[in-house]
Design a protein around this ligand. Structure first.
Ligand SMILES: [Mg+2]
Length: 383
């Protein structure tokens, strides 16, 4: 079998899918994207496709190494997301050829179902209580919200109080009937992270995500010393070679590799195994579409330390497209009454992509961008 063609489709709300075709008619789907930089990743996919077209799609490990090592310069959000999408599609093809779900090819399941959580509150967290109440009617009891809005490098008591009182309100309203993680989203600098983790400690959030940016990872162990709240990070780390430094330094309790950013299934399974060796949990990052989510779930089903799966149904970014829109067998991604995802039964990634709809919506996909925020004095703020 040989790969004959790789086609990319940018689709709303802010995703990109790719299709790999073969000379035997088997096709595979992947989701290579950096949110807000889809066209850049698209160019990278088509450059890398020179290494894949004409090759045997069953040799995923070798194709991965060719894409990673074959170009001298490697790593980073763009290259690793391009590799991720191609890798996912190659696994989809392998599963279809061997008539087995990807998790079977990875050694089989370690769990019967996988806990998911959903987002509430939006970019500038608001209406959190009402949104949690609404989502609880769909069976969710685990949530994530942004921990704060813009946070200056040295912030006011007012800004700290706003962040803390929102969290206090959640515990007041729901007690321990719900669990929630707080995403600092890289908005908080090291000085304020120290203040916030102490102030938030009494409300026992499930985790604090990106307490500081990944480029300030030397602070993770220092912040972890100040709090018993588990720290999470990883959506802006792109390979084993980056994650190893974080694991060696310590401080992070939950790694959050993104299956569409960190080299795909091949790489993230290895990252999860490294985390297990350090007694660190994994909660794959996934504010993306159905192919990314399916890829995450295959990892979750084979990784003992996978603890929670993010998914983007109803997330504030999904304007003009929802996770299930592009999938024909929607039941494959349907959650049970307690917010768990069930194992896929179909071969490959287990989802049947509605190609006609993908083509139709790709015609006016638009270019999603995150907002550019500024502080009161006009300096750029982390979004
Ligand atoms: Mg995050």
């Amino acid at each position: 079998m040989k790969v004959t063609r790789i086609t990319t489709y940018r689709v709303p709300p802010r995703w990109m899918f790719l299709k790999i075709e073969t000379d035997e008619g088997v096709v595979g789907w992947g989701e290579p994207v950096v949110e807000g930089r889809a066209r850049t990743v698209e160019a990278a996919v088509h450059e890398l496709s020179e290494l894949v077209i004409g090759q045997d799609p069953s040799r995923i490990n070798d194709l991965w190494q060719a894409m990673y090592r074959g170009g001298f310069y490697r790593g980073g959000a763009v290259f690793m997301s391009a590799i991720a999408g191609i890798d996912q599609a190659l696994w989809d093809i392998k599963g279809k050829v061997l008539n087995a779900p990807v998790y079977e090819l990875l050694g089989g399941r370690v769990r019967d179902r996988m806990k998911t959580y959903c987002w509430v509150g939006g970019d500038r967290p608001a209406d959190v209580i009402a949104q949690i109440k609404e989502r609880m009617t769909h069976g969710f009891d685990t949530f994530k919200l942004n921990g704060c809005e813009e946070m200056a490098i040295i912030a006011t008591s007012k800004a700290v109080d706003a962040a803390v009182s929102r969290v206090a309100e959640i515990r007041e309203a729901f007690g321990t009937d719900v669990e929630f993680g707080l995403d600092f989203h890289g908005r908080v600098s090291a000085p304020m992270a120290k203040v916030l983790v102490r102030e938030l400690e009494p409300y026992r959030p499930l985790f604090i995500e990106e307490p500081v940016l990944a480029e300030q990872a030397e602070y993770y162990p220092r912040i972890a010393e100040l709090t018993s709240i588990p720290l999470a990070a990883g959506e802006r780390m792109y390979s084993r070679f980056e994650f190893k430094h974080v694991l060696e330094r310590g401080g992070i309790s939950i790694l959050q590799p993104d299956l569409s950013h960190a080299g795909g299934i091949t790489e993230c399974v290895k990252i999860a195994a490294m985390a297990e060796a350090y007694d660190v949990a994994v909660a794959p990052h996934c504010p993306l579409g159905p192919i990314a989510l399916a890829s995450c779930l295959h990892l979750d089903f084979v990784s003992w330390n996978a603890t929670l799966q993010e998914q983007s149904m109803g997330i504030h970014y999904n304007k003009g497209g929802e996770v299930l829109d592009y999938v024909r067998n929607k039941e494959a991604l349907k959650l049970d009454a307690e917010g768990y995802a069930m194992p896929f039964t179909g071969p490959g990634l287990g989802i049947d992509v509605n190609e006609e709809l993908v083509i139709e919506r790709s015609r006016d996909a638009g270019d999603w961008r995150n907002p550019l925020w500024r502080h009161a004095d006009g300096t750029v703020a982390e979004w």
